[in-house]
Design a protein around this ligand. Structure first.
Ligand SMILES: [Zn+2]
Length: 638
């Protein structure tokens, strides 16, 4: 519960409503506690309140108290009693604790010296003055005056405080509002002298101290304003100097990607305050775009201007003289030079510019890179990784090629020398040609041809890429040509062997079919079915004509076989005929029959004509005819 507790609540807790009247007032004005009063009317007390009625001490009651004699309790008695008792105690004991004297102004507090427990020279209920101040108590301390107000139900109002102040006498107020109305005299004494809350209603020393504090504060403010003006002038001068000075322009690590996705036109924006930085606006703005909005630093976090400028400050990008600019100093400095702005505000202006052109989006929490730009960025970086790898590969290849050259041809050329050399076709250095995929690809392709030549697999080098490799290329070409010749010779030898093998094979086959001079004659005689070539020539000439020669040989073989077969049959039937004729004719007759030429035998002899079963039968019929015509001296019955 605080001191500002509602008065009605205090009354219900401590007040007259419940408390019995435990103090009676004697005829001399002093107060008597019920515990020391005589019983009944013998107490000789009246109500301390306004009614002043005679009181009856009910000392034998369960809760001893004073009752009004002829009427109901007036109600104001206990509070008035407490008020009077408190004054009586101060007057009797002549000691009091006064509050510490504390002067405050704004946040500043000053404690004035002085004791809290003081001995009173006198205490009086009487005080007369022309301005009609009626304090509860008027006390003196070593001749100095002090008013003491005791608040039981009503604290001092502003009007009374105003009059006390006018009077010039210091005054305190002791707050007994929370003291039980039926508290014992000792409790009341402790509260009023020491423990109850108390405050200064007026104390000139405190007021003077407050005035001093006010003066000091004003002086401080004036000094601060003066300092602000001085500082602002200094900042404005410093800014003008910064604008005139040439800022650093370090190489921008992200400029490739910024160019690659067309963001380079959004850096170098001359926002107010741009010269607060140690570099030109193009650099610190490219850092914002790359590091802050896209880099690890703020990934997945939206950046606000203050956080971003802290990041730039951490990288040493803010000139020290502009690192700490209060809002007041900024305002004062802008008043002197409207080109100025604090670094964080320059960052904010730039972020807002980026939001206007759609590079970033602004939300309540800060700025983030626009989705479209983020994905362009991502794609570019992805391609860039491939491009860098290809470029590395090219440089390694160049180095390998250079390393293979004789010293007198290389003449100390390094990869860096090559990078710095000019491609006559593009009138640009190879280094810059390697920066873009489009201009890098032809170099890459030509380099593959050169490497192919060095590896002996390609001979189509068109451009030496400014490398001192003309002689080496000639040597490599010569080596490849020599190798080719050798390969062709080997292939030719191989082909000759195959042809001769084919001739040997044909001759071997022919030897199984033909014999003696017949074999040589056939192998070396031109044949019409072989385009006028001899079989040996045909076998040499090609696989196809060799096949044809083999077919001709096969036909000869088949014919020879057939002739042989016929000869065997003819011998069989002739032998059979000879035996048959020998059985039917005498020897001389048989000889004549077998060797006579006959028209029926096509003018051949019977022995020649007979060559198979058919001709055998024909000759046998002729034998029958012959025997019938000439008879036979040999009669052999069948
Ligand atoms: Zn009364």
């Amino acid at each position: 519960m605080g001191n500002r507790q509602d008065h009605a609540e205090v009354r219900s807790e401590f007040g007259t409503d419940r408390a019995e009247l435990v103090y009676g007032q004697k005829a001399d004005g002093s107060l008597v506690h019920i515990s020391t009063a005589e019983r009944g009317l013998k107490c000789a007390c009246v109500c301390p309140g306004m009614c002043g009625s005679r009181l009856v001490a009910r000392t034998m009651a369960k809760t001893p108290h004073f009752a009004h004699h002829h009427r109901d309790a007036c109600g104001g008695g206990p509070e008035t009693a407490l008020h009077k008792l408190a004054k009586q105690i101060v007057k009797e004991r002549l000691t009091l604790f006064v509050p510490k004297r504390i002067a405050t102004h704004g946040d500043v507090e000053r404690v004035l010296p002085g004791r809290e427990e003081i001995a009173l020279g006198s205490a009086s209920l009487e005080f007369r003055d022309p301005q009609q101040i009626v304090p509860d108590l008027y006390v003196t301390i070593q001749g100095r005056k002090l008013f003491v107000e005791i608040a039981v139900t009503h604290p001092c109002d502003d009007e009374k405080i105003r009059r006390i102040r006018e009077h010039g006498i210091p005054a305190i107020e002791i707050d007994l509002s929370r003291l039980p109305r039926d508290a014992t005299p000792e409790v009341v004494a402790n509260a009023v002298i020491r423990s109850a809350p108390r405050k200064w209603l007026f104390n000139k020393a405190i007021d003077d101290a407050v005035v001093e504090l006010q003066k000091a504060a004003t002086a401080a403010r004036v000094a601060a304003e003066s300092k602000l003006t001085t500082d602002a002038k200094q900042k404005a001068r410093a800014y003008a100097t910064a604008l005139d000075s040439a800022p650093k322009s370090p190489p921008m690590p992200a400029i490739d990607v910024l160019r690659g996705i067309g963001l380079d036109k959004h850096i170098g924006i001359p926002v107010a305050g741009f010269a607060c930085f140690t570099t030109g606006p193009a650099y610190w703005q490219s850092v914002i775009l790359s590091d802050v909005l896209y880099g690890q630093e703020f990934r997945n976090k939206l950046a606000n201007a203050v956080a971003v400028s802290k990041h730039l400050g951490g990288k040493g990008l803010i000139r020290p003289e502009f690192k700490w600019i209060s809002n007041e100093l900024e305002t004062a400095s802008i008043a002197l030079d409207n080109r100025f702005a604090a670094p964080w505000r320059a960052v904010e202006s730039y972020l807002k510019y980026l939001a206007r052109v759609g590079v970033v989006v602004e939300t309540a929490r800060g700025f983030a890179i626009a989705q479209r730009v983020a994905s362009q960025w991502f794609n570019w970086v992805d391609e860039e990784i491939g491009r860098v790898a290809a470029r590395e590969h090219i440089l390694e290849t160049i180095e390998r090629i250079l390393d293979q050259l004789p010293d007198d041809e290389r003449k100390g050329m390094t990869v860096d020398d090559w990078m710095d050399s000019i491609n006559p076709e593009n009138v640009d250095t190879y280094a810059s040609l390697l920066e873009h995929t489009q201009t890098m690809q032809p170099i890459e392709a030509e380099l593959r041809a050169i490497v192919g030549l060095f590896n002996g697999t390609r001979t189509d080098v068109l451009d030496l890429l400014g490398l001192p490799i003309a002689k080496e290329c000639e040597r490599r070409l010569a080596a490849i040509a020599a190798k080719e010749l050798q390969r062709k010779a080997e292939a030719a030898g191989q082909a000759e062997k195959i042809k001769i093998d084919r001739q040997k094979e044909l001759a071997g086959n022919a030897a199984t079919v033909l014999g003696g001079s017949e074999l040589d004659a056939w192998l070396n005689t031109p044949h019409p079915n072989l385009d006028g070539r001899t079989p040996l020539e045909a076998a040499y000439h090609g696989y196809h004509s060799a096949g044809k020669a083999r077919e001709i040989l096969s036909a000869i073989e088949r014919r020879k076989q057939a002739e042989h077969d016929r000869s065997v049959e003819a011998t069989f039937w002739r032998e059979k005929l000879r035996k048959t004729v020998a059985l039917r004719l005498r020897e001389d007759e048989a000889k004549a029959f077998l060797n006579d030429r006959d028209d029926d035998y096509s003018r051949a002899t019977a022995l020649v004509f007979c060559r198979d079963e058919r001709t055998y039968r024909i000759v046998l019929q002729k034998l029958d005819v012959w025997i019938n015509a000439f008879g036979s001296k040999r009669h052999v019955p069948f």
